[in-house]
Design a protein around this ligand. Structure first.
Ligand SMILES: Nc1ncnc2c1ncn2[C@@H]1O[C@H](COP(=O)(O)OP(=O)(O)OP(=O)(O)O)[C@@H](O)[C@H]1O
Ligand SMILES: [Mg+2]
Length: 245
């Protein structure tokens, strides 16, 4: 990694769309070099919060996003959006190399191909998005995110479109490759959050609030059949169900 991974601080963050306040006065610290996982019902504002860190929210959102080391946040972020945002006219390899091409760097084709192979896409490097399944597209988007090699990584439901076994494999691969980065992962899967997160927050309500940090026992990548994890999963599901009532 080129850069050490700083804390990221959101202070008094607020976003409103069409006069509706999604959240306001929201504080959150993403601990440097650790994974923070964010759970919450559909529409609560998780993607918006993630985009706020990446400075991609339209309008003039309230509050501040700063890095603990005093450096800029912009330029140090790799962002994997909920929609895969692959360019339809580029093949898998071209999409993975897009960032380097846009920056005018020499494309590291060998590294892109290795990443695609690690993600089970060795045979798909020359396929265009229209010829891929949803899960394949999602893996290409993950490869593109890993290719960026940034200290701050934001991922919005990165494993939502793949089967259960592939999902466990991709979680392991992402945990290994992104160890030591400051990661914010949005997911709908409580067990995924508990497996991967150093810290888990639940976002509920409107205006939305964040739960106190939940720190699952042990260290990521935790086994999915760990009884402590399963008990916590039950608790998280209860919290999410209460919010839906
Ligand atoms: N650019 C925008 N303009 C207007 N409304 C928006 C915009 N972006 C998001 N919203 C609204 O803000 C709310 C929260 O959206 P957001 O995408 O953050 O939710 P989410 O928690 O990520 O949901 P999901 O789990 O379904 O992805 C929704 O009601 C959405 O319609
Ligand atoms: Mg979302």
């Amino acid at each position: 990694m080129r850069d050490s991974a700083p804390d990221i601080r959101l202070e008094r963050a607020g976003v409103a769309f069409d006069g509706q306040t999604l959240f306001r006065g929201l504080d959150l610290v993403l601990e440097g070099g650790r994974w923070t996982c964010l759970l919450g019902p559909s529409g609560v504002g998780k993607s918006t919060l993630l985009r706020l860190v990446a400075d991609l929210v339209p309008g003039a959102p309230d509050g501040r996003v700063t890095a603990g080391d005093g450096g800029p946040v912009a330029g140090r972020v790799a962002f994997m959006a909920q929609q895969d945002l692959l360019l339809p006219w580029l093949d898998a390899r071209g999409n993975v190399l897009l960032g380097q091409r846009l920056r005018g760097e020499k494309p590291d084709t060998a590294r892109a191909e290795t990443l695609l192979a690690d993600l089970g896409l060795a045979q798909a490097t020359q396929l265009r998005p229209a010829a891929m399944s949803g899960g394949m597209r999602q893996r290409v988007a993950l490869a593109r995110t890993l290719m960026e090699d940034r200290p701050i990584v934001l991922m919005d439901e990165p494993f939502a479109a793949v089967d259960a076994v592939t999902r466990l494999r991709l979680q392991a691969l992402a945990a290994e490759r992104l160890a030591g980065r400051t990661v914010l992962l949005v997911t709908h899967d409580p067990l995924e959050a508990l497996r991967l997160g150093h810290v888990v927050h639940v976002m509920t309500g409107r205006p939305a609030r964040l739960s106190d940090p939940i720190r699952p026992p042990g260290t990521p990548l935790r086994p999915v059949d760990d009884p402590a994890l399963l008990a916590l999963q039950g608790e998280l599901l209860r919290r999410l169900a209460e919010d839906a009532e």
